[in-house]
Design a protein around this ligand. Structure first.
Ligand code: ADP
Ligand code: MG
Length: 246
């Protein structure tokens, strides 16, 4: 396995108007690594994740994904990165007018030129992997939240991403559905997927993460393996944060 980083974020700074949302963020992710990002609401976690596939652009610093420099803002670089990066959002973002199967087939057919039968076969493979092949012909509104989120994961996997980004994938779910989504994510991690997950599910962080990152006020304040992160938090803001959520 290559030890070249798959994601390299160097001194990234970003503003929304006058408001600086990210300050000097540095982060390197190697292939196969599982990173969990946590921190108070408003600390810039979603913004950082969204910068990695250029849903947001940075004004200063560099983001390189699998050797492709996003900072140049060149259309073909952005498209190339988006083909390699799968994203799962808090609010599922499935297309309501398409069936589960159609949701999974759309991007491979439209952006990769994959043929219909091949796209269907891949979609069914990943729907089986997230254990809902029986829901393939339903519409999102006919599914539970946990099932919809598993469809969103399957849909991202259909693009054969090298990296999966998760932005609080269980935060919008009823409590009884959190486990089925976390179990799906654990399965992905066990298969060696490179993952960057914003989540406050600290059990997940403990069992899956190679490193846990704490963000506050647009900065990475601490970064450590889970054992150390939870047992010996150094920054007072992290200590306070852990005191609130654990
Ligand atoms: P988190 O995911 O950690 O809760 P966000 O990245 O969503 O944090 O937001 C960080 C800060 O940036 C918040 O103060 C938020 O209000 C602000 N913000 C987020 N998106 C925008 C935007 N599109 N325009 C202006 N401010 C924004
Ligand atoms: Mg967020």
């Amino acid at each position: 396995m290559s030890t070249e980083p798959i994601i390299r974020i160097e001194k990234v700074n970003k503003w929304y108007g006058q408001f600086q949302v990210l300050t000097d963020v540095d982060l390197t992710v190697r292939p196969g690594e599982r990173i969990v990002i946590c921190g108070p609401s408003g600390s810039g976690k979603s913004t950082l994740i969204r910068c990695i596939n250029h849903l947001e652009k940075v004004q200063k610093g560099r983001i390189v994904v699998d050797g492709i420099d996003l900072t140049s803002h060149q259309r073909h670089n952005i498209e190339a990165v988006r083909r390699e990066v799968g994203m799962v959002f808090q609010q599922f973002n499935l297309f309501p007018h398409l069936t589960v199967l159609q949701n999974c087939m759309l991007a491979p057919m439209n952006t990769r030129g994959t043929g219909e039968s091949e796209a269907r076969a891949a979609a069914m493979k990943y729907l089986e992997r997230v254990r809902i092949p029986d829901q393939a012909n339903k519409y999102p509104s006919q599914l539970s939240g946990g099932q919809q989120q598993r469809v969103a994961i399957a849909r991202a996997l259909c693009m054969n991403p090298k990296v999966m980004l998760f932005d609080e994938p269980t935060s919008a779910l009823d409590p009884e559905m959190v486990k089925e989504v976390l179990d799906t994510m654990i399965g992905l991690a066990e298969d060696g997927m490179t993952m960057l997950c914003v989540t406050h599910e600290m059990g997940f962080a403990r069992s899956v993460a190679d490193r846990v990152i704490f963000m506050a006020d647009g900065r990475i304040l601490e970064e450590a393996p889970p054992q150390q992160f939870f047992a010996q938090p150094e920054h007072p803001k992290l200590q306070a944060f852990l005191g609130q959520i654990l």
